[in-house]
Design a protein. Sequence first.
Length: 382
Amino acid sequence: MAIKLRSDEDQMILGMVHDIGVQRIAPRAAEIDKTGEFPWDMKALLAEQGILGMPFPETYGGSGSSEEMIIRVIEEISRHCATTALILCVQQLGSLPILLAGTPEQKARFLPRLASGEWLAAFGLTEPGSGSDAGAMQTRAERKGDTYVLNGMKHFITNAGLAHVNVIFAITDPTAPGTRGISAFIVEQSTPGFRLGHVEHKMGIRGSQTGELLFEDCVIPAENLLGREGEGFKIAMMTLDRTRPGVGAQALGIAQGALDVAVNYAKQRVQFGKPIAEQQGIQFMLADMATAIEASRQLLYHAARMIDDGAPNFSRFSAMAKLYCSDTAIKVTNDAIQILGGYGYMQEFPVERMMRDAKICQIYEGTNQIQRVVIARDLIKG
Ligand SMILES: Cc1cc2nc3c(=O)[nH]c(=O)nc-3n(C[C@H](O)[C@H](O)[C@H](O)COP(=O)(O)OP(=O)(O)OC[C@H]3O[C@@H](n4cnc5c(N)ncnc54)[C@H](O)[C@@H]3O)c2cc1C
């Protein structure tokens, strides 16, 4: 069901994204997956079309799009290529801490080249010993005069080694209670003492580069602190509350893409003298897939609209959307493979890639267990 956008201009943009999805992104998806190389051509395409500028206000060269529009564009691109959609997701993830907590000088310095797509962004929270328990991080940032010196490492970081702007979370006060000793910093790519470590080989989203970021006496100017010392964890959580619908949208797009393939295939494939789409067993599977997708979509768009409207408890809905859409994507892609039978298992058809790509949506930006923690905490508070 088409859910109406709030303006005709947004409808037009979505139509344009639909066209470039079909004409330019879909034909590249299998190759990106096969080579596992970052798709610079897709990044250039998203930049050219102003898509990478969507999460940025017009003052900084972006289009100041609503969250609803951003997630709808992520969904549309993910129908064809989840790796390409992730470029937009992470541009938002790595830039939002600057938008939320940056000074006017930091915003003026970093946002225009992120909005134009000249620079990529990365968000460095996770470490080998601190994933779900992000507050247990070890990376240190010590104040020395008008600088901070960073030592430690981040791992599983999307765009590691590719991003010019890296928002890094590190401990500034190890004696502070809970997560109040964590601060956020902007680390630029060419900073001495900052380098790329191991690059991961992954199951899905294979064209996205995931790797370690290493800090060895990495000296950054004190003016690269985001917000105040001790506000880092709050900035990270405020960011994730707003970007989780993007992961939900990635999952939803993958699920819709898999359903499209399954419906087409079921209409063509003849067994027992008629198309398998005429078998009620297949029809029921398709009906369940479409129903789960539509329920996910309603929840996701609702969460995005809550963010746009500044609703007080949007973080619960943001977590619900990410959880529900990604669980749906796993189920739908799995069923799509089943409907294609042996062909579904082969790389000749896109559904096996879609299933591999869908899995990450249950893991990053907080696993789905952590989303349940967020939802339950909000339910029982107060
Ligand atoms: C491809 C990829 C890209 C990523 N990109 C980024 C990035 O750009 N930036 C970044 O900072 N991080 C990134 N991550 C890291 C990602 O966010 C973490 O992997 C994720 O948060 C889980 O952490 P973990 O892998 O250490 O798992 P763990 O935290 O060790 O979890 C292991 C299992 O235990 C469960 N678990 C843990 N705690 C609880 C609990 N309290 N209750 C119930 N179950 C629990 C988890 O749900 C999971 O099933 C990326 C990860 C991947 C794989």
